[in-house]
Design a protein around this ligand. Structure first.
Ligand code: THG
Length: 628
């Protein structure tokens, strides 16, 4: 076991063991004054500084603008950086050279806000290193790609976190799972795409934005695009607003002539609202195409692959040519990951996970494979395989034009996987869609997996073939709205290592009766025997021009009773939706609660899910004993 706990040398120390940790020292200055009788303590967001008591004087520290701030390594190449680092290897308690001129704008704003500062004598200007990661959050936990290598590095706010981080890390090391969800600090949110130029651009942006107001659906543009690009990026980039997912650019929503385009952040619905509605309608009525390449993709094979996956996953394994939605649980019975598992050939499995959890999931699979001595090979094919989602009632008609394979419902069932030739390219097609329940034509959808270099040809063939069906692009905002209408839970929101799959309403995917002793099974049996105290509820809300996003407070009779986990507008039913954890006595359909958005409480009703469902799907689900 090796734990790297470090300050501004984290990057250099990582090099010693062959890791490229994206951390970098930023020159952070503060000014100390002589005695000031009046002692304010403030953080001024507009002036971007903090000001507090330091002995009987004041201490004033600004976060400088992107253009002005100084990185210790603002150069491009690693070689140059290394020589700089070597040069400053003597760095002990010495400080950087201070530069008051650079921060005069902030000083002036502070003097205006706190007039006593005008008369105070400056006795010291300190410029010290603070460590930045691209998003300014630390990297706490184990690393994929090394055995028992852990870090606690990248602390932009320094020593204040040490007690909590020490406890968190030691609990995780001892018990084999994080004591609570701190996924924002997972070291494996970064990967090969976090290059030095990316790190520098992002550290600059994050430091410069330290005191800006954050918005829902916030986008930050520095360092993009990275070297991680989808095969259709060039074709799509001028047609849409892109979002950033684990180094990839993925369309949020597409523009049409007359749209008000560009990034217009707001706490309320803004210029994306109309276009996203158009895309939801497209997928519900005709057919849409979405770039899903950012999914994490792994291939697991070898003589023990069945046994390994049976141990890792709470669902039964799919038969050859079939796909299952499966969860990896922690020993305490919490949800570690949600993955779709496809058996592509006997003993050979394709695992697909969300873009945000690629190495996080791979790390878990690899550790179990290694520690359990399973004879398997696990490979990460995320960058080699491109994915297009084709969804909507007319998706079959479009695909059938491009292949001789029988795409009919009887020949190609929901959750089946086939190798097909599509527009001349070999494609692995899975009948699944995050936007539909798979049952009935309104729920139809396929995902097409192919070599990244074939993606643009397949994409263009689809768009050409689908003209009569009104085929268009759609993005992740529409997908999020549609998945909520279907009642699909999302990893990281409705389920994480703070929640068990039973309270998350994932019972259908958890096979407590399967013979294999899967990780978390014992704990779940105990949880089940004890009974649940809270459950995930599906809410419809009566709002105005605002929708829940997750993490909002839920009220009942003037008391806080729970929190939302995600939310969206449902264009199909013209109302806001949210998932929320509520005490079990408040989850009956029809129960009224309130959800607080921007300081205002909006009425909400516990509602039967899914909200939008075609009639054949409803009948089929009832047959499958899923509550409808
Ligand atoms: N596609 C693929 N893999 C994925 C996702 C995806 N992995 C990560 C994440 N998304 C997994 N989440 C889901 C959740 C639900 C469904 C698919 C992926 C789904 N559920 C149906 C339902 O709940 O009714 C089918 C359930 C069943 O009968 O088994 O389709 O988007 N490849």
């Amino acid at each position: 076991m090796f734990v790297l706990i470090s300050g501004f040398w984290a990057r250099e120390l990582g090099h010693m063991i062959g890791f490229e940790h994206p951390t970098i020292p930023v020159h952070h200055q503060y000014v100390v004054t002589a005695t000031v009788p009046e002692l304010p303590v403030i953080r001024d967001l507009e002036g971007s500084y903090y000001l507090r008591q330091e002995r009987d004087g004041l201490l004033f520290g600004p976060y400088e603008k992107e253009e002005k701030m100084k990185l210790q390594d603002s150069t491009r190449s690693i070689t140059e950086i290394r020589s700089q680092w070597n040069h400053s290897r003597s760095f002990g308690k010495e400080l950087f050279e201070s530069d008051l001129d650079r921060i005069m704008d902030h000083v002036e704003m502070a003097m205006e806000m706190v007039p006593v500062l005008k008369n105070a004598d400056i006795i010291n200007v300190v410029s010290g290193p603070i460590t930045y990661t691209p998003d300014l959050l630390p990297m706490i936990g184990p690393h994929q790609g090394a055995r028992n290598y852990w870090t606690a590095i990248g602390f932009g706010y320094g020593i204040i976190h040490s007690g909590g981080v020490g406890k968190f890390l030691s609990d995780w090391i001892m018990s084999g799972e994080p004591p609570y969800d701190l996924i924002e600090c997972d070291p494996n949110r970064y990967s090969h795409w976090t290059t030095v130029p990316y790190l520098c651009a992002k550290a600059r942006e994050s430091y410069g934005f330290n005191n800006v107001v954050g918005y829902p659906k916030e986008e930050r543009f520095a360092g993009r695009p990275t070297n991680r690009v989808s095969g259709v990026y060039e074709l799509l980039k001028d047609k849409c607003s892109m979002g950033f997912h684990a180094g990839w650019e993925q369309p949020h929503y597409f523009h049409k002539p007359g749209d008000d385009i560009g990034y217009k952040p707001s706490f309320r619905r803004t210029n994306w609202f109309g276009p996203v509605g158009r895309e939801c309608k497209l997928v519900m009525q005709d057919v849409g195409v979405i770039d899903l390449s950012p999914f994490g993709k792994f291939i697991v094979k070898g003589e023990d692959s069945d046994r390994l996956l049976d141990r890792l996953f709470a669902n039964t394994l799919p038969k050859v040519g079939q796909t299952n939605i499966s969860h990896m649980l922690t020993p305490r019975g919490r949800v570690y990951a949600e993955v779709t598992v496809t058996q592509t050939a006997p003993g050979e499995f394709l695992l697909i996970t969300g873009s945000g959890s690629e190495l996080h999931d791979l790390r878990w699979i690899e550790r179990e494979a290694r520690d359990g001595g399973y004879r398997v090979s696990v490979s990460n094919v995320t960058d080699e395989i491109g994915v297009l989602g084709v969804a909507g009632p007319k998706s079959r008609t479009v695909l059938q034009k491009l292949t001789d394979e029988d795409m009919s419902d009887t020949a190609f069932r929901f959750l089946n996987c086939r190798s097909v030739q599509l527009a001349g390219a070999p494609v692995r097609a899975i009948r699944i869609s995050y936007t539909g329940l798979g049952l009935g034509s309104g729920e139809l959808g396929w995902e097409l997996y192919m070599d990244m270099q074939n993606m643009s040809a397949v994409y263009q063939a689809l768009m050409e073939a689908g003209k009569d069906e009104n085929i268009e692009n759609f993005g992740t905002y529409a997908m999020s709205s549609l998945r909520l209408e279907k009642g699909f839970r999302a990893w990281g929101a409705e389920m994480n290592c703070d929640t068990n799959p039973l309270e998350a309403g994932l019972d259908y995917f958890i096979k407590l009766n399967k013979p294999a002793d899967f990780i978390g099974k014992q704990a779940l049996l105990e949880i089940k025997a004890q009974g649940l105290s809270r459950r995930l509820a599906f809410l419809t809300l009566d709002t105005d021009d605002i929708d829940p996003e997750g993490n909002e407070t839920v009220w009942h009779n003037g008391e806080v009773v729970g929190n939302t986990t995600s939310g969206s507008f449902s264009y199909t039913t013209q109302q806001s939706l949210a998932f929320a954890y509520l005490p079990v006595d408040l989850i009956q359909v029809g129960q009224k609660v309130e959800v607080e958005l921007l300081g205002q409480k909006y009425p909400a009703t516990v509602t039967q899910e899914p909200l939008v469902l075609t009639e054949p799907a409803r009948t089929r689900l009832q047959k499958k004993n899923r509550s409808v």
